[in-house]
Write a protein that binds this ligand. Structure first.
Ligand code: MCA
Ligand code: AMP
Length: 494
């Protein structure tokens, strides 16, 4: 495998990363990430306080250059989830922005404050504009082997604590190069997005993607329709977002000609992390003339399929397997489905160079995730005559996709049960126009108490993360259970 970021060695004056008014050229990124890589080379693993900033991007690139696995951490993470991630991944150091206070277990770790302008001649200028001074030439360290772990991303399962997905360098290179092919993604592209940087979508596709191509990313800091209009109305050529973002863009584009024009002028609009409803596809097409293409992936597999840039007849599908990826549909009895009738539903299983290595410290869960060499995605789909997959649902009802985040019902139930006012708890997802699904909690209050919905939402936000908080709370005298005592979730919505 080639090195991950050939463009860093050319150290050019082309812009690599821009976060609002701060930017780094390839030369500057090579200098600052190279200098940081030298300092962290002896670490076992580094946690990265993954705010949507230049600092986070430099920290992750430095870790990749140094060959030290990086564990990106949601900066809004709650107490108990943070304690779990830190004890499970056991980082020896944390990389963070200067002047941020780190909570809990991270506060006790050795820390390096990331200076994106470290090692750059001329230092930081007052107005924080991209520097014009040439960087010193950096000797970048030789990169480790393709199988070396690059990033460990935590992902929810149906029950228990999130698992650390160990992603090797080989998978990152394979997925990004396959997307280059599918989308004719080049160094001339300027990718716009406002995704968080502690998941595959925002970090690996959205930051490392442009860097591997030698192109540019303009990160919005936080998503807004105005930010998208501004950036795509300017230099931006591509947009990455989750369906909630496209839903908000679709709602506004009809009445906002500047936004419609900006979206219509983009070379490629890409949606992923959850299904984009057909109505939003249609609204965007009607308002802007542009179509949105979907791609399908997972933390464990990076990207599996994509609608190719030149395929104009695929709305509602997630396209065809990417180069190098093998995909199959398997029925309930474990038999491989051969038909391409666009109707027969089976579980998608995949194999290829895009796959993860293992769940950290969880050989049991790793073994369970595979059927022979094939990774079981848990996603149910059909395949049409052109080989395009259409996702129709999920095997596990206890997994919720809200705002593009995967959330396990079990982890929220456990957090709710730790609240003194909760005797019993069940969590489900229900359709939500904006979020795709919203989290619903069904509570039997402890005798003599009745915690308010806000109290319970705050409790979950403080323990796990704000996006895992219940948006609706129902109060019951008892949860419906079968003879074995198992909660009958289907009975709840009835
Ligand atoms: C609200 N907030 C709270 C509370 N309630 N904070 C503490 N306690 C509370 N009780 C805060 C939130 O932290 C947030 O803060 C603000 O209120 C609003 O939160 P919310 O309503 O949840 O969300 P939103 O701001 O409306 O965000 C919608 C969003 C977001 C922008 C679409 O959901 C998002 O960024 N989704 C992206 C998910 C993603 O990247 N998934 C990739 C994983 P503040 O105002 O400070 O923000 S999937 C993946 O990687 C695979 C491989 C794939 O296929 O892509
Ligand atoms: P995560 O591992 O958190 O990254 O979530 C991966 C899951 O997101 C997949 O298993 C799918 O259920 C879902 N997903 C990702 N992309 C799409 C898409 N384009 N359409 C439908 N579901 C998607």
């Amino acid at each position: 495998m080639n090195e991950l970021f050939p463009a860093l060695r050319t150290a050019s004056s082309r812009t690599a990363l821009r976060f609002q008014d701060r930017a780094l050229t390839y030369g500057q990124l090579a200098a600052s990430a190279g200098a940081l890589a030298e300092r962290i080379g002896a670490e076992r693993r580094v946690a990265v306080w993954a705010t949507p900033t230049l600092e986070t991007s430099v920290a992750v690139v430095a870790a990749l250059l140094a060959g030290v696995p990086a564990v990106p951490v949601n900066p809004k993470i709650g107490e108990s989830e943070l304690a779990h991630i830190v004890s499970d991944s056991a980082p020896t150091l944390v990389l963070a922005e200067p002047d941020t206070e780190l909570p809990g277990a991270l506060a006790t770790l050795p820390r390096i404050d990331v200076d994106p302008y470290e090692g750059i001649e001329g230092g930081a200028t007052a107005e924080d504009q991209p520097r014009t001074t040439e960087p010193r030439t950096v000797e970048l360290p030789p990169e480790p082997g393709a199988e070396a772990p690059a990033v460990i991303v935590y992902t929810s399962g149906t029950t228990g604590r999130p698992k650390g997905v160990v992603i090797p360098r080989r998978a990152i290179a394979a997925t990004l190069d396959a997307l280059e092919d599918a989308w004719q993604w080049t160094a001339d592209d300027v990718l716009v997005h406002g995704l968080p940087l502690f998941h595959v979508h925002g970090l690996i596709l959205g930051i490392l993607g442009p860097l591997r191509r030698g192109g540019t990313v303009h990160h919005l800091g936080r998503f807004s329709t105005e930010g998208v209009a501004r950036e795509l109305g300017g230099a931006g050529t591509m947009l990455f977002g989750v369906p909630t973002m496209y839903h908000r863009l679709a709602a506004e584009a009809g009445e906002n000609p500047a936004l419609a024009k900006a979206l219509g002028g983009a070379r490629l609009l890409v949606s992923g992390s959850a299904a984009l409803p057909l109505t939003d596809h249609q609204k965007i097409k009607a308002a802007t003339g542009a179509r949105v293409v979907e791609r399908y992936g997972m933390t464990e597999t990076l990207m599996n399929t994509a609608v190719r840039a030149d395929d104009t007849s695929a709305p509602g599908t997630v396209g065809v397997p990417l180069p190098g990826v093998q995909a199959r549909l398997v029925d309930e009895s474990g038999k491989v489905i051969e038909s391409n009738d666009g109707e027969t539903v089976g579980e998608i299983q995949v194999r290829g160079p895009n796959l993860f290595v293992e769940y950290l410290n969880r050989p049991d869960a790793t073994a369970e995730a595979f059927d022979g060499g094939w990774f079981r995605t848990g996603d149910m789909a059909t395949r049409d005559a052109a080989g395009r997959y259409r996702i129709v649902g999920r095997k596990a009802t206890d997994l919720i996709k809200s705002g593009g985040y995967k959330i396990g019902a079990g982890e929220i139930e456990n957090a709710l049960l730790e609240h003194p006012g909760v005797a019993e708890a069940a969590v489900t997802g229900e359709p939500d126009e904006d979020l795709g699904e919203r989290i619903v909690a069904w509570i039997v209050p402890a005798p003599g108490t009745r915690p308010t919905p806000t109290e319970l939402a705050d409790h979950v936000a403080a323990q796990l993360a704000p996006h895992k908080r219940p948006r609706v709370v129902h109060y019951l005298d008892a949860l419906p259970r079968n003879d074995m005592g198992k909660i009958l979730k289907r009975g709840l919505h009835a």
